[in-house]
Design a protein around this ligand. Structure first.
Ligand code: ME8
Length: 691
């Protein structure tokens, strides 16, 4: 991400105008926007394309239902999408509509080119057609010989259509996907596509007779037909940027990323790719299929009626909190569940407690002790040098995660920096310096400058996710030259890159907490360095990363293994009931997470010191959770839960802190478990208990 002057072109699907924008559409669009802003932050030239898919039967039907013409209908609905994106701060470069005359002309040109190259042929097709549903059904799909949707009779119809020779590209496509492992992301989706391609690939029907469907792009070589809506839609990615170039003169196509939901991966990975190949055109570099937002275990969509209107959430929590939640909560690639409660938890624990609190402490102290002014000073003390290092490491780590599309983890790295600032403030207790008058002033300035500078870098890293709030936060710190943005000569991610010329603001509460329940009398006070947090059952637990060095059968228990673990320099023996689930070879060398301070127990004659955390995955197989990339001996913590481990923890005490799986990550309540290298992952379904 650090190579300057690189070009970056990203696209979202173009959304059907038979629906109003909902959270699923908003997610893909926000994800593209955030990635675009990150690439901009890294100094790249970016182009971000989105738009609406306006032809085809679904749109025609939606218009008929409303009693309007398709054109009138698409004008209204396309505008709704465009306005919705304006309201959630989406900075697209182009909004394409497939009814744009340029797009229509481009599709006709491409279809003609395929025809001229002999890639399209005409064929009579005989099938069972339902007039009510306006589509063909196969014999198998019929219910009692009737159309399975409307229950009405079907007719045997013979129809002429045009077909693209897609099957001719099957072998080429398999080879291409195999040779380009990062073409389809994430890798399990690539495997799904390869699985699909193990079956014979049919040719693709690319036309619809106008007698059946008139709302589409007329085929240039047969005026009685329109193009199949997917053929029309996929070409948007090229028609939108036809003839356009980046500032360095290179053409915008091919796209670096096509972002899309997993529902439309085949059309992109197979139809689109083979059409481009048939036309000898460059392929997109990556196709990224993300998961679905779910609610009550059902995919959010208009048909299931469980759609959350992004605009409602925006009104209740503000645009930036909404954007933050979507990007933070979903592990790109996997499904995530949406709930208001989860959003409030993120808001309170991360945005209010960590981000907002860090800023308001500095502002308060700068107002009382320094007349709202900060003067940059060198980082001479050990703690100051450490904070500066932490900021530099956070930038490297976060940008690396962004490049790997692990946006939730990039946020996590940034939060770790912000928490380090809050800890530094607690250690340095600047509220005491503020009371020392003139004598304490230089020290106070240094503490606040270092805190502000580290926060400034943290805020800059959060800016792609929360553009408005972070501009507000940066302005409050007094670092912006003007309200419009950064000084382009200095990277906002470099320590000391900015002066503190402007006065710091007063009384800014960036992220007010949402009260979910009345605080218990004498409970948690606002965090100002003196807060007394109520005892949290997780604080008592000490988790560590361990490596399985050796695996032996337990001499007296059939279900147990006796494992020798290496935890940093220390060696330990732990008994684990994994024999039914994993072979010794599968366990040996594996890194696991162990409850380190569990009271030792004698299990049928073998002393076991600790317990391995595991979760039940597919087919009832119990698999240890995984501290990806961490080193044996590393601590594992839950975000925002200060550790206060108790020696000889009992099982009862351990069980008071419920650990569950969410989107492939282990959580304590709403807080993900982490090693210094990232989240603790588990191959298990949402809601699975970890123990
Ligand atoms: O398929 N969770 O348009 P569409 C996450 N016009 N994302 C979701 C989602 C959910 N529950 N529901 C929808 C089309 N999406 C075609 C695309 S592209 C050349 C043509 C998002 O309006 C996700 O990006 O049905 C999904 O792929 C897209 O909306 C489908 O939008």
């Amino acid at each position: 991400m650090s190579t300057a002057n690189k070009n970056f072109f990203i696209t979202t699907p173009i959304y059907y105008v038979n629906d109003t924008p909902h959270i699923g559409h908003a997610y893909t669009t926000i994800l593209s926007d955030v990635l675009t802003r990150f690439h901009k932050l890294a100094g790249e030239n970016t182009f971000f394309l989105t738009g609406t898919d306006e032809h085809g039967q679904k749109v025609q039907q939606a218009a008929d239902k409303r009693g309007t013409s398709p054109q009138e209908h698409t004008d209204i609905f396309s505008k709704r999408f465009k306005e919705a994106w304006g309201e959630i701060n989406i900075g697209f470069d182009k909004f394409i509509r497939t009814t744009d005359p340029e797009h229509i002309a481009f599709v006709q040109k491409m279809v003609q080119a395929l025809w001229d190259k002999g890639q399209i042929y005409e064929k009579e097709y005989e099938g069972l057609y339902s007039v009510g549903e306006e589509r063909f059904f196969s014999e198998k799909e019929l219910v009692n010989g009737m159309d399975p949707v409307s229950g009405r009779p079907v007719e045997r119809v013979t129809e002429k259509n045009y077909f693209f020779r897609m099957s001719a590209y099957q072998d080429w496509l398999v080879k291409y996907i195999e040779e380009h492992p990062d073409f389809i992301l994430p890798d399990f989706r690539r495997n799904e596509v390869l699985g699909f391609l193990r079956q014979p690939l049919n040719d693709l029907c690319i036309s619809r007779p106008k007698s059946r469907l008139a709302w589409g792009i007329t085929l240039p070589f047969d005026k009685d037909f329109v193009a199949y809506v997917w053929v029309d839609a996929l070409f948007n990615y090229m028609s939108a940027v036809d003839g356009k170039t980046f500032p360095d003169g290179s053409p915008i196509w091919p796209a670096d990323y096509h972002l899309l939901g997993k529902d439309i991966l085949t059309t992109h990975a197979v139809y689109w790719t083979t059409m481009l190949k048939a036309l000898d055109l460059p392929l997109p570099r990556h196709i990224l299929a993300h998961g679905w937002w779910m609610m009550d275990n059902a995919r959010m969509s208009k048909t299931t009626g469980n759609v959350v209107n992004p605009m409602d959430m925006k009104t209740e929590f503000g645009v930036d909190v909404f954007r933050y939640f979507l990007i933070r909560e979903m592990v790109v690639g996997q499904d995530a569940s949406f709930s208001r409660e989860a959003l409030v938890l993120r808001l309170n624990s991360e945005l209010a407690n960590d981000v907002g609190n860090g800023l308001s402490r500095i502002l308060k102290l700068a107002a009382t002790g320094l007349g709202n002014r900060l003067t940059p000073v060198p980082s001479e003390g050990e703690e100051e040098a450490a904070l500066k290092r932490a900021a530099e490491e956070a930038v490297t780590a976060a940008l690396e995660k962004v490049r790997a599309l692990k946006l939730s983890n990039a946020i996590e790295d940034t939060l770790a920096l912000i928490r380090a600032v809050n800890r530094y403030l607690e250690v340095k207790a600047p509220w005491k310096l503020a009371k020392e008058g003139e004598a304490g002033k230089a020290k106070l300035n240094s503490v606040l400058y270092h805190s502000a500078e580290a926060l400034r870098i943290g805020f800059s890293l959060l800016q792609p996710v929360m553009p408005s709030k972070m501009v507000e936060a940066l302005a409050a710190l007094g670092v912006l030259q003007g309200a419009t943005g950064f000084d382009p000569k200095t990277s906002p991610l470099v320590w000391g890159g900015y002066g503190y010329g402007n006065p710091l603001a007063e009384g800014v509460n960036l992220f007010p907490r949402i009260e979910t329940a009345k605080p218990a009398p004498g409970g948690q006070k606002p965090a100002d360095g003196k807060a007394s947090a109520p005892a949290d059952p997780f604080s008592l637990i000490h988790l560590k990363v361990a490596r399985v060095e050796a695996v032996e059968d337990h001499p007296n228990a059939d279900s147990l293994y006796v494992l020798r673990l290496k935890i940093g320099e220390e060696e330990r023996t732990v008994c684990a009931g994994l024999k039914k689930h994993l072979t010794p070879e599968e366990l040996k060398g594996r890194d696991v997470v162990v409850v380190y301070n569990l009271k030792p127990a004698n299990l049928r004659g073998v002393e076991s010191k600790g317990m391995i955390l595991a979760a039940e995955g597919e087919g009832g197989k119990v698999i240890p959770v995984s501290p990806d990339g961490a080193a044996p001996g590393d601590d594992v913590t839950a975000e925002g839960t200060p550790p206060a481990p108790k020696s000889d923890l009992t099982m009862k005490e351990f069980e008071k802190a419920p650990l569950t799986v969410r989107s492939g990550t282990v959580f304590y309540r709403d807080r993900p478990l982490r090693s210094p290298k990232g989240p603790i992952s588990a191959k298990a379904q949402d809601g699975t208990v970890v123990r």
